[in-house]
Design a protein around this ligand. Structure first.
Ligand code: PEP
Length: 255
């Protein structure tokens, strides 16, 4: 199970150090690992290298993923960061197609698919976000939106598999109406997503399903269902390391 902390555009070197101090205290993370739970940290790009070094120095086995990358391999793309650069830092993967990138920075389904294809060629694990807006849901279009967002990505995953890639791919269901709003989806909603992905794209597509949207240590335990949810993508709540610790404690209580 993956627990992904998306720090978005937050944190500093100082707060990263205190965050890791809090997580290393008492070595509770060793129990998470023993139970197959993995913490994944996604800092702003400028702190990737710093975070990698801090984790190494403390021998903390957390994965680090970027919040985005460029769809092009290299060249004249001012302000962008390439898959090779992420690889060069030793990163595990990259979050792609977050709704904030789609909504605020004009990312299209085609961009997300191209980035996924490139990430897979570099053995970077893509965590691909998708999800409907409130309007899509009111119009009962939500399943169509999921299929539209995932179809081009899944096509690239199939191509990569045909060329021998075994890099895992995770899909994070993040309904736009749940992100940062304090409203979480119901377990039934997530079951519907899992069912739709299985029906439309097959078992492999649904097996790495994550959920994100106002998750915290309390809502989390109501949304854990083996076979439906493979993990969580958490924004605001995981800026606080104490919430991370409490969340893992709750997960460990789960059968
Ligand atoms: C996110 O942005 O990926 C997210 C899930 O945010 P929050 O947990 O704050 O809703």
């Amino acid at each position: 199970m993956l627990m992904v902390a998306n720090w978005k555009m937050n944190m500093s070197r100082e707060t990263i150090v205190s965050y890791l101090d809090a997580l290393s205290r008492e070595g509770r993370w060793a129990r998470w690992c023993a139970h197959g739970y993995r913490l994944v940290l996604s800092p702003p790009l400028v702190y990737l290298d710093f975070l990698m070094h801090e984790l190494q120095a403390r021998e903390l086995p957390f994965w680090v993923v970027a919040q985005n990358m460029c769809a092009h391999e290299k060249g004249a793309y001012t302000g962008e960061v390439s898959a090779d650069m992420l690889r060069d830092l030793g990163l595990s993967g990259v979050i792609l197609g977050h709704s904030e990138r789609r909504r605020l920075f004009g990312e299209t389904d085609a961009h997300v698919a191209a980035k996924t294809a490139l990430a897979l060629t570099r053995d970077l694990v893509p965590i691909v976000c998708f999800g409907e807006t409130e309007e899509d849901r009111s119009a009962k279009n939500h399943a169509k939106v999921w299929e539209r967002q995932i179809a081009p990505v899944w096509k690239e995953v199939q191509k990569a598999r045909a060329s021998g890639s075994e890099t895992p791919v995770y899909f994070a269901y993040e309904p736009v109406w749940a992100i940062g709003t304090g409203r979480t989806a119901a377990l039934d909603d997530i079951r519907e997503v899992a069912w739709t992905l299985r029906e439309s794209f097959g078992h492999d597509c649904a097996s790495g399903l994550l959920y994100g949207g106002s998750v915290n240590d309390e809502s989390l335990s109501m949304l854990v269902e083996k076979g439906t949810v493979y993990g969580f993508l958490v924004g605001g709540a995981f800026l606080d390391p104490e919430v991370v610790l409490r969340s893992f404690d709750r997960l460990l209580l789960h059968p």
